[in-house]
Write a protein that binds this ligand. Structure first.
Ligand SMILES: Nc1ncnc2c1ncn2[C@@H]1O[C@H](COP(=O)(O)OP(=O)(O)OP(=O)(O)O)[C@@H](O)[C@H]1O
Ligand SMILES: [Mg+2]
Length: 229
């Protein structure tokens, strides 16, 4: 489909556990469009994390075709996939994954450094944290922040290089509803003001209520795809 940021076509993913094959994805189709605020839902084991990992070039499909920004991932080397992840994508995981010995600002700076940003990275890190109303946390280490604050810093870090696409696997799983709401408002601000596209998996009805589109998986395929508003 035209202008799809991510195009997943007839994708299968098998995992081998000893001699047993688990068919995690079974011929799944999904096109993600610019500006989507897309929530992937479905029972435990339905394939949400597997799908996000494929879209994020963290893993490779067994069959079918995954295109991200028009590039067919199966044709890319491991190194090219790593480069695509670093330069074009933002990731948010359930367990915030901040570096414990670094402050919030240093965590953001660290990722900008990996992305090749030069001496302006300190200012860039400060400004993204301030823009997302996290200015008072810049000098705090993860152990000095609440879970909600850590997750908001993790989102700031994921978007510091202005990726076009942010993938989040159960981003609110460890948060209470107030913190979850703050996180969602922040992500929606980034979508509305900067046109970033978000895809998140969730079991959380609050997250679903914020989504512009809800895709339901069951047994490794899409069983419904609903756009709201
Ligand atoms: N590395 C792996 N090795 C073997 N099986 C796996 C692996 N990863 C996932 N699976 C299996 O693939 C299926 C889909 O798993 P997946 O983690 O994508 O589900 P999910 O929808 O994210 O579930 P949850 O809501 O519990 O996070 C499950 O049957 C799971 O056991
Ligand atoms: Mg999962």
């Amino acid at each position: 489909m035209e202008n799809a940021l991510v195009d997943v076509r007839n994708v299968t993913k098998d995992f081998y556990v000893g001699k047993i094959v688990v068919h995690a994805l079974r011929g799944l189709d999904l096109a993600v469009h610019e500006g989507d605020f897309l929530s992937i839902v479905g029972p435990s084991g339905s394939g949400k994390t597997t799908l996000l990992n494929l879209m994020g070039a963290l893993d490779v499909a067994t069959g079918g075709d995954v295109r991200v920004f028009g590039r067919q991932l199966s044709t890319l080397s491991r190194r090219k996939r790593a480069e695509l992840r670093l330069k074009m994508l933002g990731f948010v995981f359930q367990a915030y994954n901040l570096v414990p010995v670094l402050t919030a600002r240093e965590n953001v700076e660290f990722v900008l450094e990996l992305q090749g940003v030069g001496s302006e990275r300190r200012d860039r890190a400060t400004s993204i944290l301030e823009e997302l109303s996290l200015g008072e946390l810049v000098d705090r280490k993860p152990s000095e922040m609440s879970g909600g604050q850590q997750q908001r810093v993790a989102v700031a870090r994921a978007v510091a290089s202005r990726p076009r696409l942010v993938l989040a696997d159960e981003p609110t799983a460890n948060l209470d509803s107030k913190n979850a709401e703050m996180l969602l408002q922040m992500m929606r601000q980034l979508r509305d003001e900067q046109g970033m596209t978000f895809v998140f998996s969730t079991h959380d009805p609050l997250v679903v209520s914020y989504a512009s589109r809800v895709v339901t998986l069951r047994d490794g395929t899409v069983v419904s795809d609903e756009s709201k508003n």
